[in-house]
Design a protein around this ligand. Structure first.
Ligand code: ADP
Length: 496
């Protein structure tokens, strides 16, 4: 397998190889593709275009490394994650630049991602010292019983481009910290910040070869990598973060292989503004929640329901704020709305907004593409049959809708097949909690907007937004096996 030479510390224009068994290697086929910046269009990197063979090699490397890593003493694992955090922190400026160039990620969201990744690593270091099981009382005299948590073996992770650093990070760090080894497939849009960068950091921190592996692939060729992971008997779990249609395809195939998957999928997240809310706060929360990272976060607010007495004032103030959000170069710290990830995403946004308008929707702000950006856009009077009202549209478009009551908003929100995040803004926090209990969503925030995450929280959705939870305290359920073990201190009397 040919080796890939790492090119200095400047990440731009580097060759990105697969990271397998602790080595940077090219694809066995020798193929590669060019990854471009969504803002400037320049070629950032020449990336190994992996296939089933490359994936298989990475799985084998992870399998071979499992025994050593699972048996490593806690202090050693702890040190590696703490060191990794320090390395990432030291590279903050460079990583912010890479996130901006590779994914159009602005300064604020870059800081959010790095902040999350640092906490993730430092909390994961603690996981090494968490209890690994418990003793259970048994009715069989002389038997001592216990439930012992054991790492599963090789975990495969498939991550998206939108929050490349954090979503790849949470897909691998929890499973690793629990003693598993990992093969990561980053998105073709973020092979560096969602893949190779993690390999660089973890390698430098001292993670043993083979414990963590990365396989990249050309656009449109994710399927063969995913299928190889699903079919391999060495892969014991798969975690996937991405869209509902892709997650559904994966889950169908995983069923055939009886492989457990964690699925973090699309959202169509409501933000409900109750009539006793502070309008200015609600406007600011809605703008942040809808347009953070140009609406390319699965938790972003997609629908804002406003109780009728506030609706007119809210709409006017919200539209005025949104129309003035600075749009353009993601490396400019003043920019709020940077480029969308690629021209297909831009075309989809344009088509769905136009379709909604043809069906009777009104544009309160934005609505005219400014390639490679799509401006922050507010629509109202969107009919239910419009595509944008139905599934997730990943970008800076939000729908506002007046409702007679917050309860009506809950009913409207629950009509969606998706149930990831939701939020409620009200002057009465107890009312907010009552409304929260009626929402079919994995995550609800009262008096906040829906985009929130912390490494230890039970992050995940219900309905078609997926199943399973990330969150370090909860990852053990997903990425460990519980083994029932008994031991007797005396012989037993058998009836025959
Ligand atoms: P997004 O629109 O956010 O990119 P996708 O679901 O298309 O959502 O992509 C999320 C991740 O899933 C990416 O890493 C992508 O390469 C991967 N992916 C896409 N299609 C498949 C597939 N058929 N099998 C496995 N992974 C896939």
């Amino acid at each position: 397998m040919p080796r890939v030479e790492r090119i200095g510390s400047a990440w731009q224009k580097r060759h990105i190889g697969h990271f397998i068994g602790g080595d940077w290697v090219a694809s066995d086929s020798g193929r590669s593709y060019q990854n471009r910046s969504p803002w400037s269009g320049e070629v950032l990197s020449e990336v190994a275009a992996g296939d089933g063979e490359d994936t298989q090699r990475a799985i084998t490397a992870a399998h071979l490394a499992f025994g050593g890593w699972a048996g490593a003493p806690p202090w050693r694992r702890q040190q590696i994650f703490l060191r990794a955090a320090d390395i990432l922190e030291g590279r903050r400026t460079e990583v912010l630049g890479a996130l901006a160039a590779e994914t159009g990620c602005g300064r604020h969201f870059g800081d959010v991602q790095i902040g999350f990744a640092l906490k993730l690593l430092r909390q994961a270091a603690q996981l090494a010292y968490q209890p690994t099981g418990h003793l259970l009382p048994s009715d069989v005299e002389g038997t001592q019983a216990m439930a012992v948590r054991r790492p599963v073996g090789v975990v495969a992770a498939i991550a998206p481009w939108n929050a490349s650093l954090t979503l790849s990070g949470r897909a691998v760090v929890g499973p690793l910290a629990l003693g598993n080894t990992v093969v990561l497939k980053p998105s073709e849009e973020s092979p560096y910040t969602g893949g190779a960068l993690w390999a660089e950091i973890l390698q430098e921190a001292g993670l043993p070869p083979g414990t963590f592996n990365v396989v990249t692939h050309a656009p449109g060729e994710a399927g063969v990598v995913g299928d190889t992971m699903l079919a391999s008997p060495l892969v014991k779990r798969i975690n996937f973060t991405g869209s509902t249609p892709t997650g559904r395809r994966l889950a169908e195939k995983a069923g055939r292989h009886l492989k457990r998957v964690v699925l973090q999928l699309s959202g169509q997240n409501p933000l409900i503004v109750v009539r006793d809310a502070d309008v200015e706060y609600a406007v600011n929360a809605a703008a942040y929640g809808a347009f953070m990272h140009q609406g390319q976060v699965c938790m972003c607010a997609r629908r804002v329901y406003v109780e009728r007495p506030l609706a007119e004032e809210f709409n006017a103030r919200f539209a005025a704020k949104v129309a003035n959000l600075p749009t353009g170069d993601p490396s400019d710290p003043a920019t709020v709305v940077g480029p969308v990830i690629n021209e297909w995403a831009l075309a989809l946004l344009d088509r769905r907004v136009k379709e909604a308008v043809e069906l009777g929707a009104r544009v309160l702000a934005g609505g005219v593409p400014a390639p490679p950006c799509y401006p922050a856009t507010v629509l109202t009077d969107v009919p239910d049959e419009a595509e944008i009202a139905q599934g997730e549209t990943f970008g800076p478009v939000v729908i506002v809708e007046a409702v007679d009551s917050a309860e009506e908003a809950v009913t409207r929100a629950n009509a969606s097949d998706l149930g990831l995040a939701a939020s409620i803004i009200t002057g009465d926090a107890h009312r907010g909690l009552r409304l929260a209990s009626g929402l079919d969503a994995g995550i609800v925030h009262v008096n906040d907007q829906p985009v929130n995450d912390e490494p230890h929280m039970p992050f995940g959705g219900v309905k078609d937004s997926g199943w399973g939870r990330f969150g370090l305290g909860f990852a053990a359920e997903e990425f460990c096996e519980l083994q029932w073990v008994t031991v007797r201190d005396q012989d037993r009397t058998f009836p025959f």
